[in-house]
Design a protein around this ligand. Structure first.
Ligand code: ATP
Length: 215
């Protein structure tokens, strides 16, 4: 708890300011604002179709906003976009894994574009999510929950400070959720930040954990 307080900086690292987005005829995001500080988890909640995924995609730069600002460490994007993307790890609804490659090959492929990584480190990370036995299996042979765990291992391995995760615990069982919550808590403890779209809240009631409700 003390470590979390120490990791919290007085300046927001990420801000959305009055973001508006239309999808077709629908005015989806109507002036959405938030600030995310070092060591925090912000969970975007709301009913199906309200715009949670769209907001995450706007923040990640995958969807252009009609108006409003996304600000990373005081700099309005797209200015400084390369640095922002170096600090960002994004996980969509889909896992983004290649079915014919093994879990280990997927991780190596996904992580080594960002940094050098050893096989030992990849295996250790799979172990943290209890899917080390899947390391040498083709991803097509894994269950939905095992695939999600491998996809989450990729996020952990990036060493990005900001994780943007769309429904991260989809298909995870109780044990998988608990393992992932422990990794999130560790990321927060070391000053990392997480922005999620969520139907099921993580680390409820813990310091540094907030929700943003879309209506
Ligand atoms: N590519 C698209 N083109 C047009 N409209 C879209 C597109 N993608 C999503 N939408 C619409 O935008 C709205 C918000 O979708 P979004 O996926 O952001 O919602 P969500 O809150 O994440 O929903 P869920 O809880 O079901 O995942 C929906 O009405 C959806 O139909």
């Amino acid at each position: 708890m003390l470590a979390q307080v120490a990791a919290t900086s007085p300046q927001p690292q990420l801000e959305a300011r009055a973001v508006h987005l239309w999808r077709g005829e629908k005015h989806l995001l109507r002036g959405v604002s938030f600030a995310l500080y070092s060591g925090e988890l912000l969970q975007v909640v709301g009913p199906n179709g309200v715009g949670k995924t769209s907001l995450l995609r706007c923040v990640a730069g995958l969807l252009p906003t009609e108006s409003g600002e996304i600000v990373w460490r005081g700099q309005q994007l797209p200015e400084g976009r390369d640095e922002f993307h170096r600090e960002l790890a994004y996980l969509a609804h889909v896992n983004g894994l290649k079915a014919e490659l093994t879990a280990l090959e997927n991780l190596r492929f996904g992580v080594s574009v960002r940094r050098a990584v050893t096989t030992e480190e990849l295996r250790e990370t799979l172990q943290l999510l209890h899917v080390e036995a899947c390391a040498d299996l083709p991803v097509r042979a894994l269950s939905a929950g095992q695939k999600r765990r491998v996809a989450l291992a990729r996020i952990m391995l990036t060493r990005a400070s900001l994780w943007i995760l769309d429904e991260p615990i989809t298909n995870l069982d109780k044990a998988g959720i608990a393992l992932f919550e422990a990794r999130i808590a560790e990321h927060m403890r070391t000053g990392g930040m997480i922005l999620t779209a969520a139907h099921q809240l993580l680390l409820q009631g813990q310091p540094g954990v907030r929700t943003l409700e879309l209506r």
